[in-house]
Write a protein that binds this ligand. Structure first.
Ligand SMILES: NC(=O)c1ccc[n+]([C@@H]2O[C@H](COP(=O)([O-])OP(=O)(O)OC[C@H]3O[C@@H](n4cnc5c(N)ncnc54)[C@H](O)[C@@H]3O)[C@@H](O)[C@H]2O)c1
Length: 469
């Protein structure tokens, strides 16, 4: 039973056994009292934890010790002042002492941009050394929670190595390690802490997950427990996504103004579409976009922007990025040095016979150009007169595909089993029940290039290659 469930059981029992005492809240130290650390300090003390704030800046320590906030954040001074008054908030210049006196340490030192554009890790390295030395002299299990934005791999690589080397102890046994990204917005940080968009806890072990779930329980009873690298990456991807949204909206504004269209009215309509626009749709890594609409409309908007002399680098980069994904699929296939490639799925998506700008056609064309034999199967595509109009469209829009289209009839097969038996490399370009079934019949060890994430869990088979996983 998870500790949190045990607590719930205790809480339920309490009405019958009022003498059961409430479990003691974890004592917490917060290393780095900047924007992230000081909000963590105030909010966790407000949840009833004893919190020791640690920083190298004596000015900050002095301010916090008198209940003053070193940053401007609505409601924070009140929380800190109350915390100091109730003796829930104290400060220390010694990280080692703070570790000995607490159960959990949140690390929120700065990771500014280093020369060359990377992340300056000097503060992380320095505090990791001190924490490792402190752990060496500590008997009890201690949890270290990384909150700094760092490249995936840093917590389990750099930090774990320093902690284990300095302490001589083992992660997951003697101490727990976690990456717990911070999603609070400056200005509404206290409110966001109490109603978080999500709580993500990457952990080294179950015990660490339980301890942190219990700390966050009052504000989020269903935190997302995941691996440490996943949690590290989520933090970066969230911020890149937010930046993408802002940039996209600004490009929409620049496009709308010279057209005398009200960009806010347009986006007010745009955001009402929660099925395709503001939704999980189109947000899973996979193959390039294609079909009769997306590539064409993107080109039209790019063209319109150029005509008006409006610069829209984000929108203008979409076609290039899409081509890069197609080239990546070609490179992955060529790396297998195949002689006979089988393609499963030819239309730009399942349940249609629409071949217009289907990106897999580009892959097939380039493989054939390299002298590789290519055969393909698609449940919905029958190369008869019904597709003639489409063939003309493709030959006109993508003249390089003319030869492929003229020979498509001989390339397509309605006997996928024989095709798979004869091939020495398989490209999966659609996810359908039939393709999932066919893949159970392939000879073991045949290289597979999966462009659509056919399986929820990535197969560990060395012959399997996912395009983005
Ligand atoms: N500011 C945000 O909104 C935000 C949001 C999410 C994540 N982050 C990430 O959290 C981390 C902290 O961000 P911030 O904005 O709070 O930084 P900050 O620069 O405001 O604060 C960092 C604090 O760490 C202290 N410090 C530096 N070295 C130390 C050491 N050796 N021991 C103890 N304290 C030390 C500094 O004196 C400073 O008070 C960064 O990695 C940042 O990318 C920030």
């Amino acid at each position: 039973m998870l500790a949190i469930e045990q607590n719930l059981a205790i809480a339920n029992d309490r009405q019958f056994y009022p003498q059961i005492v409430e479990k003691k809240k974890a004592r917490i130290s917060v290393c780095g009292l900047g924007y992230v650390g000081i909000v963590t300090t105030g909010c966790l003390s407000d949840l009833g934890h004893e919190v020791i704030g640690v920083d190298t800046d004596p000015r900050k320590l002095k301010m916090v010790s008198t209940g003053e906030s070193p940053i401007s954040e609505p409601g924070l001074t009140r929380l800190l002042a109350t915390g100091v008054k109730k003796e829930k908030v104290t400060v220390s210049g010694s990280l080692m002492r703070a570790i000995w006196d607490t159960d959990v340490t949140f690390v929120s030192v700065g990771t500014p941009t280093a020369e060359g554009g990377g992340c300056d890790m000097s503060a992380v390295i320095s505090v990791s050394r001190q924490m490792g030395m402190a752990l060496q002299a500590k008997k009890d299990f201690h949890v270290i929670v990384m909150r700094c934005s760092v490249p995936p791999g840093t917590t389990l690589g750099l930090m774990r190595t320093i902690l284990e080397t300095e302490s001589g102890k083992t992660m997951g046994v003697d101490f727990g390690l976690s990456f717990n990204p911070e999603f609070l917005r400056e200005g509404t940080a206290i409110e966001d802490f109490h109603t978080p968009p999500k709580t993500v806890i990457g952990v080294s072990d179950e015990r660490t997950g339980d301890i942190l779930s219990e700390i966050y329980y009052p504000v989020d009873s269903k935190p997302i427990i995941t691996s440490i690298p996943n949690a590290e990456m989520v933090k970066y991807i969230d911020n890149v996504w937010h930046a993408t949204k802002v940039t996209f909206a600004n490009e929409v504004g620049r496009l709308c103004k010279p057209l005398d269209v009200d960009s806010h009215a347009v986006m007010d309509i745009f955001i009402q579409d929660t099925k395709l626009n503001l939704s999980p749709y189109y947000l899973k890594p996979g193959f390039a976009f294609g079909g009769s609409c997306l590539p064409k409309e993107v080109r039209a908007v790019e063209h319109m922007a150029r005509d008006m002399g409006v610069s829209c680098p984000l929108i203008e980069s979409l076609t290039t990025s899409n081509l890069t994904q197609i080239e990546h699929a070609i490179d992955m296939t060529l790396q297998q040095a195949p002689e006979n490639v089988a393609v499963l799925g030819v239309a730009f998506k399942p349940d249609t016979d629409d071949l217009r700008e289907s990106p897999i056609l580009q892959v097939m064309y380039h493989l054939i150009e390299q002298g590789i034999m290519v055969n393909a199967f698609d449940e919905c595509v029958v190369t008869d007169e019904r597709l003639e109009g489409q063939f003309e469209y493709i030959k006109h829009a993508q003249p390089e595909l003319r030869g492929l289209i003229d020979n498509l009839d001989s390339i397509m097969t309605d006997d996928p089993s024989s095709m798979l038996e004869q091939s020495d490399c398989i490209i999966i370009a659609q996810k359908t029940p039939e393709i999932i079934r066919l893949m159970t019949t392939i000879p073991a060890g045949t290289p597979v290039i999966d462009l659509v994430r056919l399986y929820k869990e990535t197969p560990t088979d060395k012959a399997y290659h996912g395009i983005g996983w």
